[in-house]
Design a protein around this ligand. Structure first.
Ligand code: DP6
Length: 332
């Protein structure tokens, strides 16, 4: 067997402005539609991978991962081993997020992106954002958009084997440095229906699903144009309507699926009033109760105050984040 090889990578989470909601292939994680996101700094996940361990070991935030969480990590590691083509042996993986405690933010996108970059390096494979994005996608779809910084588009692709379904960077983080995303944590409880299950139910039972997929695809070039022009008002409006449409298709599932809490709607109402009074702030909402507010650097303090006035128990102010990167120090 080869000498053991170890590498560590850091990646940021991302927030989709045009959401991914629904797979055409559950096993390969191939989406029905393309999506577009912004990578968020300063939150990050750091992951160390070492091949040549005595047995597979997967540790996330200080705990041994079990069940599907562990299986998803091992699946990504198996794909790296297959690509490297050598006898790399079992792997040890240790991953740690620096998100505020119980912030209610999904760390899987950053986690699988860091895993993909670290595992490829530990296996001796060259740095390759496309290959890393394809690999991260096997762990969690949204993770393929966290390999690179700035605004990334996950193109759905056409192939059945998924080889053309990966994310590409449309604009680097330096394109729009004044843009701000303010995460409003209204509720820290784990959601009752995970994104993976919620989107499957929506695809299978929502009569609006086909319309959602068609509309989301058509929004991507419009979003790109608005980002190009740094049109905050236009991008804010687009992000809100895309979030509403994703949630509308989920509401129409059978049984119906609602991720919003009363406080989520309260914040949305308050935000509209503040906007009428001149504060440039818009929202987007993933499969959970916690909105993410879009604004600019001059209004991030006002956006945080708005979130707190609506009951936010925690607020995380974010700026456009950069690429996933290799680090020289390891976690073990
Ligand atoms: C609402 O990427 O977590 O956040 O591919 O099943 O792991 P799997 O799902 P995941 O879903 C993310 C859904 C979303 C929208 C988005 O990030 O685009």
């Amino acid at each position: 067997m080869r000498a053991s090889m170890k590498a560590t990578a850091l990646a940021h989470p991302n927030i989709a402005l045009v959401k991914y909601w629904g797979k055409r292939d559950d096993a390969l994680i191939l989406p029905h539609q393309s999506s577009l996101s912004l990578t968020l700094s300063p939150m990050s996940v750091t992951t160390t991978v070492e091949f040549g361990a005595s047995a597979d070991q997967v540790e996330i935030n200080g705990h041994a991962a079990k069940g599907s969480e562990r299986d998803r990590v091992l699946r990504v590691l198996e794909a790296v081993k297959a690509e490297a083509g050598g006898a790399l042996g079992p792997a040890r993986m240790v991953s740690r997020g620096d998100f505020p405690a119980a912030a209610g933010l999904a760390s899987s996108a950053a986690g699988f992106a860091a895993l993909a970059v670290a595992a490829r390096a530990a296996a001796g494979l060259p740095a390759d954002p496309q290959a890393a994005s394809l690999l991260a996608r096997l762990g969690s779809g949204s993770a393929c958009r966290s390999i690179q910084g700035g605004f990334c588009e996950w193109r759905r692709g056409e192939r059945d084997d998924g080889a053309d379904s990966f994310a590409v960077q449309r604009f680097a983080e330096g394109h729009w440095p004044e843009l701000r995303m303010v995460v409003a944590i209204l509720n820290r409880e784990e959601k009752a229906v995970k994104s993976r299950d919620g989107m499957k139910l929506t695809v299978e039972t929502s009569p609006y699903y086909a319309a959602w997929a068609k509309d989301a695809e058509a929004e991507i070039p419009r979003a790109v144009e608005l980002i190009q022009r740094k049109d905050l008002e236009g991008l804010g409006a687009l992000s809100e309507r895309n979030a509403w449409r994703m949630h509308a298709t989920a509401f129409a599932a059978d049984p119906p699926l609602s991720y919003m809490h009363p406080s989520t709607l309260g914040l949305i109402e308050h935000l509209r009033e503040q906007r009428k009074k001149g504060t440039p702030v818009w929202f987007t909402l993933d499969a959970g109760p916690n909105p993410v507010l879009l604004t600019d650097a001059a209004h991030e303090v006002a956006a945080e105050a708005l979130a707190r006035a609506c009951g936010a128990v925690d607020v995380v102010r974010c700026v456009p984040g950069g690429d996933a990167v290799l680090k020289s120090e390891h976690l073990f």
